[in-house]
Design a protein around this ligand. Structure first.
Ligand code: SF4
Length: 311
């Protein structure tokens, strides 16, 4: 995941031809709305520009709608090129994450309740709006976070609708919540940006607070279904950089076979530090430095020795 500035920029691009009819995923029902004077002016700006948010829902309706995927809690979205998958993409950053990575750049996405609820059909309309642009550039939609697998029904229903429109789909995830996805859900993923954050359970727990095995299990399921995988590994000196840890990450990636197209070695940086300060969360990497060119070269060499293409 990259550093988010909360700047959904729907105005950056010209309107794209709409033409295509809406799919049948129009599921928001009028009874879900409550009378609210605020409702008329609830279109969200900034990182959620262009979305009508169901702020009129009471708590129970929200929970029900979340379970079915009728709404999703979203931090922000943007349009980018060659950052979160091929071509020009719409990337949606979902709120909520069960991990607590020491190097997280976006701790403001950790709590789902800090996101804004967005209707499923509003999201699908947005995808449809950019459909022609995606086809022209070989792009599509990417779900990132936070951890988008925390809201599986919303994301998988948007992906299903995207596939019906012929739009490329990409999931950016740690795989930690892979159990939330059925095999049928996985079939609608064209590409997965899979974070393998460390190569053994002990290091993984130290880095993320979570467990590694779910990532391995999810990667194997992706591979079994022929889903393409771009591995992401964040290189933090003193935390993830030991030769043994990198070797273990490489061996895990080997288990995903030909699905792995390349490995991105991402050097740690401090751009996320101000958010930790702003949120008053103790920041464990306060004084950490990014990797030297020599260290990056050594790690890339280790992955290459296992036959991987490394960026
Ligand atoms: S998986 Fe880690 S880096 Fe990504 S949002 Fe969660 S805590 Fe942050």
């Amino acid at each position: 995941m990259r550093l988010l500035r909360g700047g959904g920029r729907s105005g950056l691009l010209p309107s794209i031809a709409r033409g295509t009819r809406m799919s049948e995923f129009r599921v928001t029902k009028p009874h879900m709305l409550r009378e609210s004077k605020a409702y008329a002016s609830q279109t969200l700006m900034g990182g959620l520009s262009g979305f009508e948010s169901p702020i009129g829902l009471d708590r129970k309706d929200r929970l029900d709608a979340l379970k079915t995927g009728d709404i999703g809690f979203v931090h922000s979205w943007d349009i980018n090129t060659s950052v979160d998958g091929p071509g020009t993409r719409m990337t949606v950053f979902m709120s909520g994450c069960p991990l607590r990575c020491q190097y997280c750049q976006n701790p403001d996405t950790w709590k789902m309740r800090d996101g804004q609820p967005v209707y499923l059909d509003a999201m699908i309309k947005k995808v449809e709006r950019y459909k022609d642009l995606f086809q022209l550039t070989g792009g599509g939609i990417t779900f990132s976070g936070g951890e988008s697998m925390q809201q599986p029904r919303f994301v998988t229903r948007v992906f299903r609708a995207a596939k019906e429109m012929g739009v490329h789909t990409c999931l950016d995830t740690s795989g930690f919540l892979g159990k939330n996805y059925t095999d049928e859900d996985i079939r609608d993923i064209d590409l997965c940006l899979l974070d393998v954050k460390s190569g053994d359970e002990e290091t993984y727990r130290r880095v993320t607070g979570g467990t590694l095995q779910p990532t391995i299990d999810f990667g194997k399921r992706l591979s079994a279904q022929g889903v393409k995988i771009w591995i992401r590994f964040v290189l933090v000196p003193g935390l993830t950089d030991s030769e043994e840890n990198v070797e273990n990450v490489a061996r895990i990636c080997e288990q995903f076979g030909d699905s792995v197209e390349h490995i991105d070695v991402l050097g740690f940086h401090q751009l996320g530090r101000p958010k930790w300060h702003e949120l008053r969360i103790p920041y464990p990497l306060e004084d950490a430095k990014g990797p030297s060119a020599g260290l990056k070269g050594r790690v890339a060499g280790q992955f290459k020795a296992h036959g991987f293409v490394v960026y």
